[in-house]
Write a protein that binds this ligand. Structure first.
Ligand code: AMP
Length: 218
């Protein structure tokens, strides 16, 4: 099969990997649920293979055309601003991007009208949220363990993903505002969707019918 007909799909390592493998499995495209150190993985469909990359890189590979399609969370996708198509919501990885602050805070006031410092992995989305609300803040970008920032005095508030709310609670934080509902989506390279339209449509039909039969999360 020549490369014009093949589809390469980028999957994110980590939290979305297993649900993505299960989702493709329901659509009849089976791949190894444990990729180990391999970056390129064949599937049960000779016309489809998978590329396993860091979550933030899925949109980069798809936007550039190195992958035809990808599965990523809308948190990382919106933060990246990548120019890709989003043909399908996949119904897993559902959570929300929120503003949280310590339970004892007199939210949203700061003592003496001081500007709030906000720690987040999502500086662009956080900026957009506070700018739309007309509230000046200072953003501190961190790569992880965001919930500990107020405890350590690094920031007053945080912007982060929440699923059950247990991590916020364990760190004495309260959810104050929801910025976005997040979920896994199928993303597609614009040129690839034009050049390989039939393959894209066939895969989407398989995923859609598999997802309508799947139990819904949450
Ligand atoms: P929880 O304690 O269930 O509210 O989960 C919150 C923690 O899990 C935070 O550290 C989040 O960054 C992370 N988290 C929750 N849902 C997701 C998701 N869908 N994708 C990536 N990280 C998530």
């Amino acid at each position: 099969m020549n490369s014009r007909q093949r589809l390469r799909i980028a999957l994110a390592k980590g939290r979305l990997y297993q649900p993505a493998v299960a989702c493709f499995g329901r659509a009849g495209v089976r791949l190894d649920p444990d990729p180990g150190r391999r970056l390129l993985i064949p599937s049960s469909d000779p016309a489809i293979d998978f590329l396993v990359v860091k979550p933030a890189d899925v949109a980069v590979y798809v936007e550039s055309g190195a992958a035809d399609l990808g599965v990523t969370g809308t948190d990382i996708l919106r933060e990246s601003g990548a120019d890709v198509l989003e043909p399908l919501e996949l119904g897993f990885g559902i959570c929300r991007l929120v503003v949280a602050s310590p339970a004892e805070d007199s939210w949203p006031q700061r003592p003496g009208g001081q500007t709030a410092r906000v720690a987040t992995k999502y500086p662009r989305l956080a900026w957009g949220h506070f700018a739309r609300a007309g509230r000046p803040v200072e953003i501190v970008t961190v790569n992880g363990s965001v919930e500990v920032a107020p405890l350590l005095g690094l920031a007053h508030w945080i912007v982060d993903l929440v699923d059950t709310g247990n991590t916020l609670k364990a760190n004495g934080l309260v959810e104050r505002e929801t910025i976005l509902t997040i979920g896994a989506v199928l993303v597609a390279n614009r040129a690839s969707q034009k050049l390989k339209l039939d393959q894209h449509l066939a895969l989407m039909r398989r995923l859609e019918s598999a997802e309508s039969a799947a139990p819904k999360e949450g």
